[in-house]
Design a protein around this ligand. Structure first.
Ligand SMILES: O=P(O)(O)OC[C@@]1(O)O[C@H](CO)[C@@H](O)[C@@H]1O
Length: 404
């Protein structure tokens, strides 16, 4: 397979250029306003602002624990180059690493471990929209299970619009016309068949009566807040109705891409659920006990914040995905990393750039960057005729793509 070109940000009219030239500076301003950082942090934020706009990729700074890791992730070959000329994914990832360093997140001082994006993520959980979404769950309970499953899957999919980085530049609440361009959800349900009375006797045991491996689903989370809540509700549904016996929720080891979920965000979301009445509260209680008895495991692998595609994942992570019955990749960034952040012809089959993935995988993604594969030619032509290339980045279209 000949590889498509890797996306860089040097074209002033392009989406990646706007992220580096507009979204990142706006984010620095937002973070500056949200915390009473002292002169040291403010100076470092100003320096990052200047460097990211007009400067070059600089070394990590004061002796850094993650130095070796960034060397392995390609730092030496990018040092001294403009942020706009290195791969887009790499530049964004390094920007978040450097933003955290600027606010003292990695240092040993008082700002160590203070998530600069937490106020925005917490505010998400407290909106009338979030309350409405949780209340809507009461009406869903009692509907046929297939209908519940479908609604929760779509909740998790469209929850991906709740991305704060995207909204910094998109504006508004993201309530726009929506369209699902590819729907492979039948493959997803086939990989996680519903628990039935008949399957009771053999779901956990082989013919000789010995226990088989627990059916495991990995969900590689994207954003906290209003995306993570529906992700957790989907996991609860899968566990509660026997479609999975075990779930592994992959989150980021440190704050990333503004709203990406960390372990702290998982706790905030579960608490939000347990503190709610009705069906949402019941789901929260079940998730809490699933966490305590190990049916739900939170994983914060260091590679989750790597500036690299999943094709380069380390062996331990590869083994985990290989052992899972299904891995669900949430969101735009995970999609970019799953298929490679490249300008693929949109009609490239989804199975081609994901062939390396060690187990069954499904992407649930709203389109917020140029990367897309798996479209049929008619769909692509209709989109291009109606909207030029805007559909690729507007967040109004989505895909459920499977490689069973
Ligand atoms: O992964 P998510 O939250 O769905 O989207 C992340 C995102 O907003 O960030 C990148 C630009 O910074 C784009 O790839 C994408 O639009």
């Amino acid at each position: 397979m000949s590889e498509a070109p890797v996306i860089v940000s040097d074209d002033p009219g392009s989406f990646p250029h706007s992220v580096l030239a507009e979204r990142h500076p706006a984010l620095i301003r937002k973070v500056r306003d949200a915390f009473p950082y002292g002169p040291e942090q403010r100076r470092a934020l100003d320096a990052l602002q200047k460097s990211a706009l007009d400067g070059v990729i600089e070394p990590l700074g004061t002796p850094a624990e993650d130095h070796e890791r960034w060397v392995a992730w390609g730092l030496p070959k990018h040092l001294g180059r403009s942020w706009f000329s290195v791969p887009f994914l790499w530049a964004e990832s390094y920007f978040y690493r450097q933003l955290l360093a600027a606010v003292g997140y990695f240092g040993s001082g008082p700002w160590q471990g203070i998530d600069p994006f937490r106020p925005f993520k917490l505010a998400e959980l407290d909106t009338p929209e979030a309350a409405e979404e949780l209340a809507a769950l009461d009406a869903l309970t009692g509907r046929p299970l297939d209908e519940q499953a479908r609604a929760l899957l779509h909740g998790s999919l469209w929850g991906n619009r709740a991305d704060l980085g995207f909204r910094i530049s998109a504006g508004g609440d993201g309530s726009v016309d929506s369209q699902l361009l590819v729907d492979d959800s039948e493959s997803l349900w086939a990989l996680l068949p519903a628990h039935t009375a008949d399957s009771d006797s053999d779901s956990d045991s082989d013919a000789d009566g010995t226990a088989g491996p627990a059916r495991t689903v990995c969900l590689v989370a994207d954003n906290a807040g209003r995306e993570l809540i529906p992700d957790l509700l989907l996991i609860d549904h899968l566990l509660h109705h026997g479609r999975a016996e075990r779930a592994v929720l992959h989150v980021k080891p440190y704050p990333y891409f503004v709203s990406d979920a960390t372990t702290a965000d998982v706790l905030d979301a579960v608490r939000r659920l347990t503190g709610t009445k009705g069906a949402a509260g019941a789901a929260g209680d079940r998730l809490w006990s699933a966490l305590t008895d190990g049916r739900l495991v939170v994983r914060a692998h260091v590679f989750s914040c790597a500036p690299l595609p999943y094709a380069d994942m380390p062996d331990d992570l590869r083994r985990e995905f290989a052992e899972a019955d299904l891995t669900i990749m949430k969101g735009d960034l995970n999609y970019r990393r799953l298929v490679g952040d490249r300008l693929w012809p949109p009609t490239t089959p989804f199975t081609t750039p994901t062939a390396y993935f060690p187990g069954p995988v499904v992407a649930l993604r709203t389109l917020k960057s140029d990367v897309i594969v798996g479209l049929d030619a008619d769909t692509e032509a209709a989109l291009a005729a109606a909207q030029g290339q805007g559909w690729r980045t507007s967040g109004t279209h989505a895909v459920i793509q499977a490689r069973p």
